[in-house]
Design a binder for this molecule. Sequence first.
Ligand code: PGA
Length: 244
Amino acid sequence: MSLPKLIVANWKMNGFTPDGMERAKTLITFVKEENPTAFKLVLCPPVTLAGVIHYLLHGSAISSGGQDCHAQPSGAFTGDISAPMLKDVGCSYVIVGHSERRQYHKETSAEVAAKAKAAHAAGLIAIICVGESDAERMAGQAESVVAGQLKLSLPETVTAENTVVAYEPIWAIGTGKTPSTDDVASMHAFIRAHVPATMPLLYGGSVKGSNAREFLHLANVDGVLVGGASLKVDEFLAIAKASV
Ligand code: PGA
């Protein structure tokens, strides 16, 4: 039997306690009643909600994660959150190197690797994001850009168990545009050749209930990383159910 698909919600900088709790409760009830084997849910709320969400998730099959972490475990880094802090509030995953961090916070792949290494040291699974821009794809550089990101963003501590790679073409994030299934299949085959054979690979970028199935059943697609659609619980559940 194949492994459950990993369905990861990236709530980004959205949500307050009441709506975050509401979404989590609905998902917990669903998972409790259905006990799905085809997929596993991971919620990555803003860090303000991480504690309360973990409290709710306690005892459920749903995991939680952070959206970023610092490369150092502690220290004078005002406003930053460390990997051990995420672990402390119950997270088992952390997203690192999301294109919004690379773009708006000028994070380099070397910094992403340091963050992933910190995540591993804290016992977290790092979800390392890679993906090309529109211009890079147009110029035929999608694979070389992703290869470069993989080479520099994956630290030497990476194993198939402590890391997930998410392929998120920047031009598909939050735009409603998606690559063709052929493009996703070929990029995932390309990524597969650069990482341990059993490492989960996620596709992310404008995934929604109506298109999730076409991605989730491609070879080398072990799950999806969902932004906008993860804020609507019905839509997020529709994506998860498309794993079946
Ligand atoms: P989107 O975001 O689903 O809103 O396109 C995906 C992501 O940024 O992880």
